[in-house]
Ligand binder design. Structure first.
Ligand code: ATP
Length: 235
C-alpha cells in the first residue's frame, strides 16, 4: 500500500533522512524505533507531506505522493497523529472528533458511526465528550488525537510517540486501543516509539532508524530489546 523507495528528505536544504526504503501492506502494523534525533518524526512528516523530498519516490496505492500536498494525502486515507497531539484547547471533545471527519465526502451519513466506533474504543472520551479539550489529561489528549485521526476513516495512520509522557495506566489504555485496531486489521499503522517494548508487542515488523538511515532486521531475526540497543544505538 505504501512504498518509499530510496527517499532522501528533510527541512529546506537540510537533509535528515538518507536513502530510506520502506513498505507497508494494507492492515499491517509496522514500527520504527531509534534514538533521539534519528529522524523518526521526520519519516512520518515526509509521508504526511510536511517535509522537502530531495530524492526517491513515495507511492500510496500506486499513486505518486510527492506531487500532493498534505491535505491531499489525508484525503487519500493517510492520517497523521503528530508528537505533541496538536489539540485545539477551546474545542470540545465532541467537536474535535467531528473535525476529523470534515474531509469525508459523505460525512453527514458516516460521522455518527465513526464517532460511536471511537467512543467504543476510548470510553474515557465518552465521559468527557462535552468538555473542552484543554481540561483533558495528557493521556486523554492522546486518545483524542488518535480518535480524531480515526474519524477521517484512514487506511494508514502515522502515530508519533503515543506513549511519551503518559502515566503507566494511560499508556496501557492507549497501547491497548492500538492492539484492538490491529485485531480489526482494517487500518495499517506506522508507529514511531522510543519504548522498544511497545513496538515489539504491537507490530508485525519493525525498522530501526539511526542517523537518518533505516535498517530492517532480516526475516526470522527476533531481536530482543537489549540486542537492538547494543547493535544499533551505540549504547
Ligand atoms: P525524537 O525521538 O527526539 O523526537 P526523532 O527521531 O523523531 O527524535 P526528528 O525529530 O525527526 O528525530 O529530528 C531529526 C533531525 O532533524 C534532528 O537533527 C532535528 O534537529 C532535525 N529537525 C527536526 N525538525 C526540524 C525542523 N523543523 N527544521 C530543521 N531541522 C529539524
Amino acid at each position: 500500500m505504501l512504498d518509499l523507495s530510496r527517499v532522501t528528505s528533510g527541512y529546506g536544504a537540510i537533509r535528515v533522512l538518507h536513502d530510506v526504503s520502506l513498505e507497508i501492506a494494507a492492515g499491517e502494523f509496522v514500527g520504527v524505533i531509534g534514538p533521539n534525533g534519528a529522524g523518526k518524526s521526520t519519516l512520518l512528516r515526509t509521508i504526511a507531506g510536511n517535509c522537502a523530498v530531495h530524492a526517491g519516490d513515495i507511492t500510496f496505492e500506486g499513486q505518486d505522493l510527492k506531487s500532493l500536498a498534505d491535505y491531499q494525502r489525508a484525503s487519500l486515507g493517510i492520517a497523521h497523529v503528530p508528537e505533541g497531539r496538536r489539540i485545539w484547547p477551546s474545542l470540545s471533545v465532541h467537536d474535535t472528533l467531528l473535525m476529523g471527519s470534515w474531509r469525508l465526502p459523505d460525512r453527514q451519513t458516516e460521522s455518527a458511526a465513526l464517532l460511536a466506533m471511537v467512543l467504543d474504543l476510548f470510553p474515557r472520551l465518552k465521559e468527557r465528550l462535552h468538555q473542552r479539550s484543554a481540561v483533558l489529561s495528557g493521556g486523554e489528549q492522546q486518545m483524542l488525537a488518535i480518535g480524531r485521526a480515526l474519524m477521517s476513516k484512514p487506511k494508514l495512520i502515522l502515530v508519533d510517540e503515543p506513549s511519551t509522557g503518559l502515566a503507566p495506566l494511560m499508556m496501557e489504555i492507549v497501547i491497548g486501543a492500538l492492539r484492538r485496531l490491529r485485531q480489526d486489521a482494517k487500518i495499517a499503522i506506522l508507529l514511531v516509539e522510543q519504548r522498544i517494548q511497545n513496538v515489539l508487542d504491537l507490530c508485525n515488523r519493525f525498522y530501526i532508524l539511526n542517523r537518518g538511515q533505516l535498517i530492517e532486521p532480516k526475516p526470522g531475526e527476533h531481536l530482543t530489546r537489549s540486542e537492538i540497543e547494543a547493535a544499533y544505538f551505540d549504547r
